[in-house]
Design a protein around this ligand. Structure first.
Ligand SMILES: Cc1cc2nc3c(=O)[nH]c(=O)nc-3n(C[C@H](O)[C@H](O)[C@H](O)COP(=O)(O)OP(=O)(O)OC[C@H]3O[C@@H](n4cnc5c(N)ncnc54)[C@H](O)[C@@H]3O)c2cc1C
Length: 438
């Protein structure tokens, strides 16, 4: 799929963003230019593919991983940086679909994935984990009881220890008239997701995996015993393949591509705000709100503000995107009027219609892990772990995702539907705000 968020003339390189501007100096990986073989060939070097390769290595396999562009080039190296348990589909809706005990097993996977991410970060915390721990979710609506009940529900079903924060405490730190009560996820944190993905790929490589970049896979062909994965300059013969290409899959596999919709979303980095930051933001935590069209943001040591949100099928870039994002920011914090942007960028998330990850085996030996959506980082690591466990140990936890499946995501009209749904939900948010807050 063509990517409007690439520099013209720099096909395959990282786009201009906060992440590429703070890229580690540890170098890249080779291109595949040979015919090789391996037990497992993982395709796609985002967090899902890299987590799969790393988990395989931890279980004593030596896979090959092939990335079309650079490791972490897609959503994994452009995102909002918020790491916490759970899925893009809300907890209430998961329970409604599969029942409480099944939902608990699904959430346990992301609790375990949090521990795996922390273990892999190891003593690189200073470079990879940013700011203080804790992510705050703030209600945009005047409904304290609903927030309190939601916290109790999440703590019960997700086995987490979220803390209710009353509006008075929230407003000490975040000076917006739109904010009411909220809750703190104490173990949530902010990750340099691009450098983390590259770091994990190096962990896998050090354990015996072979990692290749700038090597788009052009075909996957079934053979008598296994699969042949081809690129322009080489190939991998493998007993098993794992496809982790999500929103960027293009035409590589029709069934997988039809099941996820590429949904674009955006981030703005402002100039350092100096003393002005205190006029709006006094807390160090990552913040999101509970509107459907929510914003999420964080600050850096240099007092710049990193502001994310929106979905759009129009793929705005450059100054137009900066203005759209700045308008959103000023809606929440009008006192920051006049501040300037540094850079804004976008990326595609892979969204199934049911908003749950798609993890499983398409046919014997052909695995996939995709469709992690907008709260995708922790689930990618859960996905990598359970696919690796299934391949090496015959573990069957991947079947927990079966009730959601690979249903058709609505292409080619999907982006129009997603945009229309976004506008509709924005209207619903505005109506709810008017109804509850006046
Ligand atoms: C702007 C933005 C903000 C976000 N904020 C958050 C957040 O704060 N918290 C959170 O948890 N999630 C967030 N997400 C979502 C999260 O980033 C994703 O769910 C997650 O990174 C998906 O990882 P992935 O590996 O499935 O996909 P990707 O990272 O997109 O990786 C897919 C990879 O496959 C490669 N590929 C595609 N085709 C081929 C081929 N033919 N051959 C080889 N390789 C191929 C691509 O080049 C790409 O690198 C955000 C996403 C975006 C875009």
């Amino acid at each position: 799929m063509s990517d409007p968020y690439k520099h013209a003339g720099e096909a395959g390189e990282y786009i201009d963003s906060y992440y590429s501007r703070t890229l580690d100096k540890k170098g890249g990986f080779d291109e595949l230019d040979d015919d090789i073989s391996a037990s497992v060939c993982v395709i796609g070097g985002g967090m899902a593919g890299v987590a799969t390769a790393t988990s395989l290595v931890e279980k004593s396999d030596k896979p090959v991983l092939i990335e079309a562009n650079r490791i972490g080039w897609g959503a994994s190296g452009r995102n909002g940086s918020f790491v916490s348990p759970g899925y893009s589909r809300g907890a209430h809706s998961i329970v409604k679909k599969v029942g409480k005990s099944h939902a608990r097993e699904l959430f346990e996977l992301t609790n375990e994935a949090m521990a795996i991410i922390n273990r892999r970060i190891g003593d690189h915390e200073k470079e990879l984990k940013q700011n203080v721990p804790g992510l705050l979710n703030i209600s945009w609506f005047n409904e304290r009881n609903v927030v309190e009940q939601n916290v109790a529900f999440l703590n019960d079903v997700m086995n987490v220890d979220y803390e209710f924060w009353p509006r008075e405490k929230i407003r000490d730190y975040y000076l917006s008239k739109h904010y009411f009560d909220g809750y703190m996820k104490p173990n949530g944190f902010q990750l340099h997701s691009l450098n983390y993905t590259r770091h994990s790929a190096r962990l896998a490589e050090n354990g015996g995996a072979r990692i290749f970049e700038k090597s788009p896979v052009t075909g996957i062909v079934k053979q008598t015993n296994g699969w042949k994965v081809s690129t322009d300059k080489g190939s991998v013969t493998a007993d098993r393949v794992v496809v982790c290409c999500s929103a960027y899959i293009g035409g590589l596999n029709f069934r997988l591509a039809s099941a996820t919709l590429p949904v674009a979303t955006y981030i703005l980095l402002t100039e350092p705000l100096g003393a002005r930051l205190q006029d709006a933001i006094r807390g160090p935590w990552g913040v999101s709100d509970n509107r459907f069209s929510s914003n999420y943001y964080r600050t850096f040591e240099d007092k710049s503000l990193f502001w994310g949100g929106r979905v759009s099928m129009f793929n705005p870039t450059g100054e137009r995107l900066e203005k759209i994002m700045m308008d959103d920011l000023l809606l929440v914090y009008p006192q920051l009027k006049g501040i300037k942007p540094q850079v804004a960028w976008g990326g595609f998330m892979g969204y199934p219609a049911h908003k749950m990850p798609q993890i499983g085996e398409l046919e014997p030996g052909f695995w996939y892990a995709q469709g992690f959506g907008g709260s995708g980082m922790t689930p990618t690591v859960a996905g990598g772990e359970i696919v690796a466990d299934a391949i090496v140990n015959g573990d069957e936890r991947y079947k927990l995702f079966k009730p959601f499946g690979l249903q058709y995501a609505g292409k080619p009209f999907g982006p129009v539907v997603a945009q229309a749904a976004y506008w509709l939900f924005q209207l619903q948010d505005a109506y709810k705000e008017w109804r509850l807050n006046n």
